[in-house]
Design a protein around this ligand. Structure first.
Ligand code: HEC
Length: 156
C-alpha cells in the first residue's frame, strides 16, 4: 500500500511536470499563412516529384522519364525532404484547422514525401512514381476537406 501511494505521487508529479512543459512558450516563429506555405514550399516541391518520373506518349512513341544522373536524383531528394518537413510546418502556430483530420493529413504528407525520399535513395523510378501518387492523394484529400473558400470557386 505504501508502495502504491508512492507510485501515485511519482505519477502525479510527472504529470505536473508535463503540464508545466505544455504551457511553456514554443520556440517557433511562424511566418507564412497556409496559403503562402502552399505557394512557396508545398506546391513547388511536389511539382519536382510529380515531374521527375512518368511516361510521355507522343506520335513518335512512348518515352519513360526518370532522373538521369546523381544531380537530378539529388534535386528530387531535396524537394522530397522539403515536402516532408512542410508537413511539420502545417502543424505549428495557428495553421492547423483542427487536431483531427488536419493533423492526419499533414502527417500523411510527411509520410508520403518520405516514401519519395526512400525511392530516391533506392534510385527506383517505379517506387518514386508510386510515392508521387500518394503525395497527390494527400493534397486532394486535404483540399476536399478544407479548401472550399472563394479562391477555389474562382478556379485558382
Ligand atoms: C493539411 C492540409 C493540406 C495539405 C496536405 C495540402 N494542402 Fe494545399 N491547401 C490547403 C488549404 C487549407 C488551402 C487554402 C489556403 C487558403 O486559401 O487560405 C490550400 C491551398 C493550396 C493551393 C492554392 C494556394 C493559393 O494561391 O491560393 C495550392 C497550389 C496547394 N494548396 C497545393 C497543394 C499541394 C500540391 C499539396 C500536396 C503536395 C497540398 N496543397 C497539400 C491545405 C492543404
Amino acid at each position: 500500500m505504501v508502495q502504491h501511494d508512492s507510485l501515485r505521487t511519482v505519477l502525479v508529479s510527472s504529470f505536473a511536470i508535463l503540464a508545466a512543459g505544455c504551457t511553456r512558450q514554443l520556440p517557433f516563429k511562424p511566418v507564412a499563412t497556409v496559403r503562402e506555405l502552399m505557394e512557396s514550399t508545398v506546391h513547388p516541391s511536389s511539382e519536382v516529384i510529380f515531374d521527375s518520373v512518368g511516361t510521355i506518349i507522343t506520335i513518335e512513341g512512348t518515352q519513360e522519364i526518370a532522373p538521369k544522373n546523381d544531380e537530378e536524383w539529388a534535386e528530387v531528394r531535396a524537394s522530397a525532404v522539403t515536402l516532408a518537413e512542410a508537413g511539420n510546418l502545417l502543424l505549428i502556430g495557428d495553421r492547423p484547422k483542427d487536431r483531427g483530420t488536419w493533423y492526419t493529413n499533414a502527417r500523411a504528407l510527411t509520410d508520403a514525401a518520405l516514401l519519395a525520399v526512400r525511392a530516391v535513395d533506392a534510385k527506383n523510378p517505379e517506387q518514386l512514381f508510386e510515392a508521387g501518387g500518394q503525395v497527390y492523394d494527400v493534397c486532394q484529400r486535404c483540399h476536399e476537406h478544407y479548401w472550399h473558400d472563394a479562391t477555389r470557386e474562382k478556379g485558382r
